[in-house]
Design a protein around this ligand. Sequence first.
Ligand code: 2M8
Length: 423
Amino acid sequence: MTTLRMEEGAHAVLARNDRGGYTVPTDRLYPFQWNWDSAFVAMGFATFDVDRAYRELERLTEGQWDDGMIPHIVFHAPSDTYFPGPDVWGTRHRIPTSGITQPPVFGMALRHVHEAALASAITNAETRTKTLFQAALRSHRWWLEARDPDGLGLVSILHPWESGSDNSPAWDDALARVPTSTTTTIRRKDTGHVDASMRPRDEDYQRFIHLVDVYRDCDWNPKRQWAKAPFKVADVQMTAILARATADLMHLAETLGTEGDKAELAQMHTKLQDGLIRRWRPSLSRFLSLDLISGNDIETPTQAGFIPLVAVSLDDAQRGAVMAEIERWLDRMVVGVPSAPAFSHAFEPKRYWRGPVWAVINWLITDGLRLNGAEDLARRIEQTTVRAIENAGFCEYFDPTTGEGLGGDSFSWTAAAYLVLSG
Ligand code: 2M8
């Protein structure tokens, strides 16, 4: 298909998944608004409809909690095709939401949308950006207070769903300590939409829901959750996205923020960058997350180890090492970067976050490679991603060994990634 036809196809996917100013990731499998999906989708909309891009972010902030947290799901309208729904979460927000969060791509998206608005001269852009900037700033404050109370310069996830890489092999050891017992009855819906072999296992769901039960019993209070959490990982992917989004907010603050905002953001940024730099492991050529319960580095190789490139400047030796390591992960793959490498014992090329390629992850990795001067490698990854989408369609994710499209189809963030990466 020509690029133009594909662009029209991407627009059609976003239109089909539009539920009135917000976009569901895909029909039925994910029938609500998801946090980081919407941030990527807003950047996709910004390539052709800046007003709609703003709406996506504005509708997400309707779910923002008074303490600043932007939840991982906003349940704008009821649907019975997804588990766990609002009744399981039992949060008390005006609009029902989940009780956990997701990677704060929001700040990156806001800068992107604002710059698109300046280029297209739409009215009210400054006011809209300012309101969203304040929402983003409140959410970044929440991250540091609630998820880095000990001042490590690293933010933690208390649930694998927060990472966005739900069943990543990186969580295997930490998740194995979480009991499989639940007070909530598990009624999976996902395996009714997608083949079970491509989804997390039942045992993963038992542990996921055990964690939801624990935090609901804490009344979703951040301090109580922190004290009770049986799963607590200082995640380099999350921290890198937060650091990068903070840099993007600093950029916006130059023209839209107060002196106080600028100073606060600069302080956050330094702290997060310092935290990330300490997680570099030269012997593995990657950044490692830290299991705060065992105190151990998480050495299992996953894509998360490369995401800090979006936030830190590598020195020459680090840049060469990362590039060589990524090349090793691409070896014999039809499309990379796999979410776990083929040489890992955990590699499963079709099972969700345990090997498949995700277009939005490649978007982050190529962005980080470019920031670090690795233009050729970035372009190569971008081109194979675009080709995989052209061959297989706007699928949720791709088998790196064959390029086969997997999971849900007509997927919003894959359409957004196509618009941005092929542009
Ligand atoms: C997947 O996660 C949800 C839970 O949040 C699920 O499987 O039920 C992940 O791929 C996540 O990163 C993504 O945001 C979400 C919606 O696309 O689906």
